[in-house]
Design a protein around this ligand. Structure first.
Ligand code: GLU
Length: 445
């Protein structure tokens, strides 16, 4: 890493002790930014990096609720409003027991660059709670969401901060959150949240957008090697919203997706995953993935194993941060891997990224490859602002155009900085320069 940037990075780490994932995300971005600062010394003079690493505002709050037995439960709520240079803070809410400030800050930091890459007018933010929705009844989830929003509502708004979903927050949770916001504020302010239901201000394609977008980005990478998804053998990790829609899109382009996973294990379905059955098991029945192998013949379920043991030509990590380490990456490479598209945020460790890049594997980092979700959220905001709703075809065409555009700009930036095919460099520099230029123009705030 450039020595000037390393000194700034070390200060950031010292100021934010114990936040390992935030440290990792900052380090990974800083490693790309040396050449930009050679060309733009004004960014250093204006302390752009120091300001970027200090969130504009961080909100932490108590979320009390009662479970179905009438017992009082307490969780912690977060919203980190990281950077508003390009637009209102934008980013999802994650409900998962692992959530703490370091996770929210890593996600919020990534979101700044991701959102910039979409070309849409959205800043970066993220939030969530250590609430675990697994095993909770609808009524418990509703009471939790209502309590969460009873504090959050005062901090958000369509011109201020626009949350959406992430792990553990889908259409059901957004519904309860929106209802409570509307009730407290007495405003039908559609643009305050995205990921809404289609009949009450949501956008078609938003549920599919992250998974679809990841596959579209990966398809663009494959084209640079004269190939495509057609005939590829694909492994996807996860079995949530992003994973399911990545499976669907990859198979619609002629690939065979042979495996996916959850936190208990993975399935191998050599004939290609049955998307309708996967949706039924995971989204309708809210069951474990193992259930898929019970209901479909010819499928093996491996308890506790790593899905990256399954050989593939394309890997799409769509589960969570740091789910794919250096050893798993080396195994995938030995098994003939051609490309990786990250549907999750920071799923590959820094070791894994190094293994992929050294082996010449096409590697699309999450902040570029999974930007389709938030980009379609911005399209939902556009529809809300104009009180309009677009067709599936039109919205999907916009998503495709945006993902192809992100691929093009990452590739062009990597070329410009003398490292063709390095999408990590292209994404980090491309996103950073847009935000840094806007911050310079807006003065010292
Ligand atoms: N949570 C998603 C992400 O990581 C989507 C955020 C949004 O739509 O605002 O980008």
């Amino acid at each position: 890493m450039d020595a000037r940037l390393e000194a700034i990075r070390d200060t950031v780490l010292a100021r934010n002790p114990g936040e390992a994932e935030f440290h990792q995300a900052v380090t990974e971005v800083f490693e790309s930014l040396g050449p930009v600062h050679d060309r733009h010394p004004e960014f250093l003079e204006a302390a752009i990096l120091e300001r970027l690493c200090e969130p504009e505002r961080q909100i932490i709050f108590r979320v009390p609720w009662t479970d179905d037995e009438g017992r009082v439960r307490i969780n912690r709520g977060f919203r980190v409003e990281f950077n508003s240079a390009l637009g209102p803070y934008k980013g999802g809410l994650r409900f998962h027991p692992s959530v703490y400030l370091g996770i929210v800050k890593f996600l919020g930091f990534e979101q700044i660059f991701k959102n910039a890459l979409t070309g849409m007018p959205i800043g970066g933010g993220k939030g969530g709670s250590d609430f675990d929705p697994r095993g909770r009844s609808d009524a418990e989830v509703m009471r939790f969401c209502q309590s969460f929003m009873t504090e959050l509502y005062r901090h958000i708004g369509e011109y201020t901060d626009v949350p959406a979903g992430d792990i553990g927050v889908g259409g059901r949770e957004i519904g309860y959150l929106f209802g409570q916001y509307k009730r407290i504020t007495n405003r039908y302010e559609s643009g305050v949240l995205t990921g809404k239901g289609i009949s009450w201000g949501g956008s078609l394609v938003r549920p599919e957008a992250t998974g679809f977008g990841t596959v579209i980005f990966t398809q663009e990478m494959l084209k640079t090697r004269g190939t495509s998804f057609d005939g590829q053998r694909v492994v996807v990790s996860g079995s949530g919203n992003v994973a399911i829609n990545a499976v669907a899109k990859a198979q619609s382009l002629g690939a065979t997706v042979v495996a996916c996973s959850d936190s208990s294990g993975y399935i191998v379905d050599p004939a290609g995953i049955d998307v309708a059955l996967l949706r039924q098991v995971k989204e309708v029945d809210r069951a474990r993935l193992k259930e898929y192998s019970v209901r479909r013949g010819g499928v093996s379920y491996v308890e506790g194993g790593s899905v990256w043991d399954v050989d593939a030509t394309v890997a799409l990590p769509c589960a969570t941060q740091n789910e794919l380490d250096g050893d798993a990456a080396a195994k995938l490479v030995r098994n003939g891997l051609l490309a990786v598209g990250e549907g999750a945020n920071m799923p590959s460790t820094r070791d894994a990224v190094a293994v992929f890049q050294d082996a010449g594997v096409l590697f699309g980092p999450g902040k570029a490859a999974n930007a389709g979700g938030v980009a379609t959220s911005a399209l939902e905001m556009q529809q809300n602002a104009s009180r309009d709703s677009w067709s599936f075809e039109h919205t999907e065409a916009r998503l495709t155009e945006i993902m192809v555009g992100i691929h093009h700009s990452c590739a062009a930036t990597a070329d410009e900085y003398g490292d063709p095919g390095n999408y990590v460099l292209g994404a980090n520099i491309g996103g950073f320069v847009k935000v840094a230029d806007a911050m310079l123009a807006q003065g010292l705030i």
